[in-house]
Design a protein around this ligand. Structure first.
Ligand SMILES: CC(=O)SCCNC(=O)CCNC(=O)[C@H](O)C(C)(C)COP(=O)(O)OP(=O)(O)OC[C@H]1O[C@@H](n2cnc3c(N)ncnc32)[C@H](O)[C@@H]1OP(=O)(O)O
Length: 209
């Protein structure tokens, strides 16, 4: 099996490193619109641009979109899934702990030392970054980023495209809407409406316009 990663960035190198650690891919390469100026990332080759993707995929190739921005990852993924019907990988680092009773959708990355507890579900195209934890009965939407070291207690719901920043904490039974940003280190103890940004301890709404 081969893996074609879209997006040769720092996040892309984390994705490639995870895929390599899984030991299931005999070839890992990238495409990026900065090709040919960018023709390598670390030891992995960049072989073309997004417009050429079809030339680098066949029945033995899985694709993974390694774009950190949730909205951009969503947009690119929808084109690849709906227009090209490509096979998206689910990447889970061998040091992550994922309950057999959790559900992880395709296009999602579970990074090193992350924990996903029973009856949690993580949607399509998510990033569960290094050492983040998603506890029992969480429902995480599509194209969500749970950043490095973030902690989600039991029965938390997070809407599509939300960004839970580094080291944020979300208490039990909280509903976080769609398109929300929870700032670095915030402690969320109340529900958060769609498209809001909350920061601080306890987390409060902030105007970022
Ligand atoms: C491997 C990796 O690198 S994964 C990625 C890791 N990175 C992250 O998790 C991103 C963390 N980023 C943050 O927390 C950012 O501050 C964000 C996304 C919450 C907000 O960023 P911006 O939209 O640029 O907001 P901005 O910097 O204008 O701040 C708006 C206000 O909120 C305050 N604020 C912003 N973030 C925080 C925070 N985490 N905690 C407390 N206050 C904060 C600012 O001081 C500012 O207050 P003021 O209006 O009184 O001056």
């Amino acid at each position: 099996m081969q893996l074609l990663i879209v997006g040769a960035s720092g996040h892309g190198s984390v994705v490639a490193d995870c895929a390599e650690a899984m030991g299931v891919y005999n070839k890992i390469q990238f495409i990026d619109d900065r090709f040919p100026t960018r023709n390598k990332i670390g030891q992995w080759p960049v072989v073309g641009t997004l417009a050429d993707i079809i030339h680098f995929t066949d029945e033995r190739t899985q694709v993974f979109v390694a774009i950190g921005n949730n909205q951009v990852r969503l947009k690119v993924s929808k084109v690849l899934l709906e227009d090209y019907q490509l096979d998206f990988a689910t990447l889970i680092h061998p040091s992550a702990i994922v309950s057999p009773y959790a559900k992880i959708a395709p296009g999602t990355l579970i990074c090193a030392q992350a924990v996903i507890n029973p009856y949690a579900s993580v949607g399509e195209g998510c990033i569960v970054n290094t050492a983040a934890s998603i506890d029992h009965d969480n429902t995480i939407g599509d194209y969500v980023h749970v950043s490095v070291g973030a902690r989600l207690a039991g029965t938390v719901n997070v809407g599509n495209c939300s960004f839970i920043c580094i080291n944020a904490t979300i208490s039990n039974n909280i509903n976080v809407g769609e398109g929300v940003t929870v700032g670095a280190g915030a402690v969320v103890i109340n529900d958060v409406p769609d498209n809001a940004t909350v920061v601080g301890v306890p987390a409060k709404l902030v105007n970022t316009q």
